[in-house]
Write a protein of this length. Structure first.
Length: 86
C-alpha cells in the first residue's frame, strides 16, 4: 500500500536550521522512500511500512538528540504525486 506524508519540524530552540537539516539528512538516507523538501515542509512517498518505519526512527532520534521538537504531519493513503498534489 502506498502512502504520502507531509511533515514539518519545529525545533524549540534559537538555532533551528541545523536541527531541521539533520532531520532531513536522516530521511534522505533511506533509498526506498522518496523525500521531497521545500521551504514549508518535507514530503515522503513510498510503501506504508517503509515510510512509517523511517518516520518512527527519525522522530525518535530527533527527540533523543534535540529534546524539545514539535512535528506536524499529514497522511494520505496513496501516492499524492499521481494526482498532482505534491
Amino acid at each position: 500500500m502506498k502512502i504520502s506524508v507531509e511533515i514539518s519540524m519545529y525545533p524549540l530552540r534559537d538555532e533551528f536550521l541545523p536541527v531541521i537539516g539533520y532531520f532531513i539528512e536522516q530521511l534522505n538516507k533511506d533509498q526506498q522512500v522518496e523525500v521531497k523538501t521545500n521551504s514549508m515542509s518535507t514530503q515522503l512517498f513510498g510503501e506504508y511500512d517503509q515510510v512509517m518505519a523511517l518516520l518512527q526512527a527519525s522522530i525518535k532520534e530527533s527527540f533523543e538528540r534535540f529534546n524539545k521538537v514539535v512535528f506536524a504531519t499529514k497522511f494520505l493513503h496513496g501516492d499524492a504525486r499521481a494526482n498532482g498534489y505534491e
